[in-house]
Ligand binder design. Sequence first.
Ligand code: GDP
Length: 368
Amino acid sequence: MMDQDIVCQGCGVTIQTENKDELGYTPQSALSREEILCQRCFRLKHYNETEDVQMTDDDFFEMVSSLQHTDGLIVYIVDLFDVTGSIIYNLPRIIGNKPIILVGNKLDLLPKSTNHRKIDHWLRRTANESGISVTDVFLISSTKGHGIRHLTEAIEKYRKGRDVYVVGVTNVGKSTMINHLIEQTTGHKEVITTSYFPGTTLGFIQIPLDDHSNMIDTPGIVNDKQMAHYVSNNDLKKITPRKEIKSRNYQLDAGQTLFFGGLARLDFVKGDRQTFTCYFSNELPIHRTKLIQADELYERQCGKMLVPPDEETASKLPELVATSYRIESEKTDIVFPGLGWVTVTTDDITVVAHSPKDVPISLRESLI
Ligand code: GDP
């Protein structure tokens, strides 16, 4: 640990030089600078870029609950490729009674044929099930800049002169989005200002919107239902598509199984022969086998033929658990959060889907 006396002159957090991903990190060499800043403040000041820092749930709750008594608009960003992993449980309790705009990011990863109205519907439903009621929904791609202008206009309309708080779990693209919003709203001025909330050491980063109000970046929270949390950086690159995902089709008979690397599995238990349309990163190999051989294959080949997981992932990945579904509606997506989904089109089949414990599978009306 560092000398407790050194604090960041931007945000007030205690400086440390050991863990890059945690609060207050700065490289050793930066300690000799006249103005000592944590890496997060340094990047914002010099490159106009925000960078997410990770916090534990408890830190986050303590910190963000200081928002309860403020007035403002919440911009809640989720990853369209991992909506389950993007949920902030208890959000309304944490932030108090404020209007929430839900922003679905990484739209560029979904197939072009995806129906936006259905995405909108699915996001609202998922949010609702977690007790989050949203005022409006926007779909964007932060890396491509799609939808950012429209979002900026909507924020202006809904905030009615008040502050804007941006919240999201880590890895959903919050920093990338805020960097775009900074560009849209402020050009390239030096925007860093920080403010302290009662009971917290870390200042929230504020981007001035006008003379009286700010956009405030809150730290990303780690959601333990997020696939990203359980895989190595190397495997994360493999499971996260880089561009629009293309479907892969499998004609299956009952009694066949698909493995998605060794990270998830789908057994076709009962029903007529049909097409299973798989939407996963191209770098995630899909392997077809007989259901009766599937357990043994997994035992023998997980981490070898069935990859990812690599060694690091295998050491932290929870065991796969199975859930059985009877699917009776027409076009349904079986969603493996953070990995992808499988679309089935017929009206009465039984499948068993396996995913790492704590990364729950869900069903939705097909988006396509
Ligand atoms: P944060 O932890 O929420 O601040 O997330 P980052 O902004 O650091 O982004 C996490 C990862 O998602 C990075 O690899 C980004 O390049 C990627 N990312 C962010 N926005 C998008 C997007 O709109 N589309 C795609 N394909 N990737 C994105």
